[in-house]
Design a protein around this ligand. Structure first.
Ligand SMILES: Cc1cc2nc3c(=O)[nH]c(=O)nc-3n(C[C@H](O)[C@H](O)[C@H](O)COP(=O)(O)O)c2cc1C
Length: 282
């Protein structure tokens, strides 16, 4: 299938951008392109995901802060979803598709779920009571040189590294790693999932292949998750699922994402089952 951008190339090109060209603010045309694309996006989880463009334009506007992490742009996109089953996964899936589209247009982005003043952004957006507001991203053109803060961030997070296949993908049981040969035509969708961005680069996704289906789990610390309104690992798994799905679609592999009532698989305590990819049988 022909998608809006070449999936593998764009996934490999994308990286977090925290330093932007102050002298060259994002153009009106690019902002409009992004928001038109955002407003037309759908997701396989059937959740209505909303995007909001935010700018600090004049001195009367309340300062939208990122604690000095983001430099050189004043333009952001925020994502909101109604609270519910698979809502955060849908937010991750849909926002990542927008981020890949932006990457392909030469626009820099950076998922932010922690280092921004959430309350100020939430009131600027007008987040409603039953809504969740998991993240924002700055948009702009990448500066030639990274700020010192950005370089330190990347080093601390080992931002260029990812976990290996044998830590992430399993076959039938969580003590049996899935090889690329076992994955067959799903080797590329899984590889692109592996390269996805995640909060603090934790890569909390774990995928188990069984009877041709791929079951998606999140490594979630339940005690921490109970304290936060947004379980960020659910967003991360949604991001991974978008890479997986886009690669599968590009290869002509069809199927559906479903939340099964009983997967009947024993999993380690820290893993939470989220949803499954059920390939279409020929
Ligand atoms: C859901 C999510 C939340 C994130 N939150 C932040 C954040 O608050 N601050 C930040 O500087 N980076 C944040 N990041 C960026 C990650 O640190 C980054 O994706 C990861 O280190 C991998 O680097 P890369 O995006 O360049 O591949 C977030 C990423 C994701 C996916």
């Amino acid at each position: 299938m022909n998608l809006d951008f070449p999936v593998e190339q764009t996934v490999k090109l994308r990286h977090s951008v925290r330093t932007y060209q102050q002298a060259k603010p994002i153009s009106q045309t690019d902002k409009e392109k992004l928001m038109a694309y955002a407003d037309a996006l759908s997701n396989p989880f059937g959740v209505p995901v909303s995007f909001h463009l935010l700018e600090t334009k004049d001195s009367n506007a309340k300062k939208l802060g990122t604690y000095g992490v983001i430099k050189g742009t004043k333009v952001y996109i925020g994502v909101t979803v109604p609270a519910g089953v698979l809502s955060l996964e849908a937010a991750g899936y849909t926002f990542e598709k927008l981020i890949l589209y932006a990457t392909n247009l030469g626009i820099g982005t950076c998922w932010l779920a922690g280092t921004f003043d959430r309350n100020t952004f939430a009131s600027a957006i007008g987040v409603k009571e039953n809504e969740q507001f998991p993240a924002i991203s700055p948009i702009g053109y990448t500066a030639e040189k990274r700020s010192l803060t950005e370089s330190v961030f990347r080093k601390t997070l080992s931002a260029d590294k990812r976990k290996n296949w044998n830590e992430l993908f399993f076959r039938d049981r969580f003590d049996t790693p899935l090889t690329k040969a076992d994955a067959g035509e799903y080797a590329l969708p899984l590889e692109l999932l592996r390269l996805a961005p995640s909060a603090a680069n934790k890569q909390p996704w774990r995928i188990l292949q069984s009877n041709g289906a791929y079951h998606f789990y999140g490594q979630i610390d339940s005690s921490k998750a109970a304290k936060h309104s947004v379980t960020i690992e659910r967003v991360d798994v949604g991001i991974g699922a978008s890479h997986f799905h886009l690669a599968a679609l590009e290869k002509g592999l069809s199927g559906t994402f479903e939340k099964l009532t009983d997967v009947n698989i024993t999993s380690p305590k820290d893993l939470r089952y989220l949803f499954s990819w059920i390939p279409e049988r020929e």
